[in-house]
Design a protein. Structure first.
Length: 240
């Protein structure tokens, strides 16, 4: 145990672990920030305005082409998958929405939970370093010579406080970053749900066309000239 404590203190194991964990957290934050704010972000309002205009003009093929040009964006991908089933019934359209949502969800949530995990782990590493420093301090009081007690006690307290401070310097910014990234992820999911339901509502109106008698029974049949048997009357013979 004595040799292990000396190794942990001499090589600053806790501080090195905190530093490596902090670098890993920084890499995760940069990756998720790039993905959520640039790679997967799409101005939802102008995008949906264009798609809805094409749908109301009954130009679904053009709407599909417009979505395909932005298919790497989760919102465009989901809308495209829904529009591809626009000629099906309502159940098929909703099923395509569920499938498309399950396809884009892993991209949006990937590795974000690790950011929160790093914040918790680095705090525990700091606590470990604090405990090691306190053990060194208590050993100084118990076993060290009188001339060395003060020096070893100060060294142990310094190790404990340094580990705590270093861990908090990593954990606090990491938790802040996780909060902002999580909010952005939630916003993207909300945009997908809201706008995909708007698309389904438009397609539902296309499926259930209201009944119009003038389309089913045109008025150009000259029904007044039909006889009671449903046939046109025979032409009259000319009298010479």
């Amino acid at each position: 145990m004595e040799s292990l404590l000396n190794f942990l203190v001499d090589y600053k194991v806790a501080e090195v672990c905190i530093l490596l964990t902090g670098l890993y957290a920084l890499a995760l934050i940069i990756d998720r920030f790039k993905a959520l704010y640039f790679d997967y972000a799409l101005p939802a309002e102008p995008f949906m305005k264009q798609v809805m205009k094409l749908l109301h003009d009954d130009r679904i093929e053009e709407a599909l082409t417009f979505c395909s040009a932005n298919e790497k964006k989760p919102l465009a991908h989901v809308v495209k998958r829904v529009l591809e089933r626009s000629d099906r019934d309502e159940r098929s359209i909703e099923q395509s929405l569920n499938i498309a949502s399950s396809e884009v969800a892993p991209k949006l949530v990937a590795r974000l939970s690790q950011v929160q995990m790093v914040s918790n782990v680095v705090t525990l590493i700091g606590l470990f370093g604090t405990v090691v420093g306190l053990i060194v301090a208590f050993k100084a009081i118990s076993f060290a010579d009188v001339s060395q007690k003060q020096t070893i006690l100060a060294q142990g307290i310094s190790i404990a406080m340094m580990a705590t401070a270093t861990a908090l310097m990593v954990a606090i910014p990491t938790m802040f970053a996780y909060t902002f990234l999580y909010d952005k992820q939630t916003k993207l999911f909300a945009e997908i749900d809201e706008n995909s339901l708007k698309i389904i509502e438009v397609l539902r109106d296309r499926i259930y066309v209201p009944f119009r008698a003038e389309k089913v029974y045109p008025t150009t049949l000259n029904a007044d000239k039909l006889n009671t048997n449903g046939h046109h009357p025979a032409p009259k013979a000319k009298v010479s």
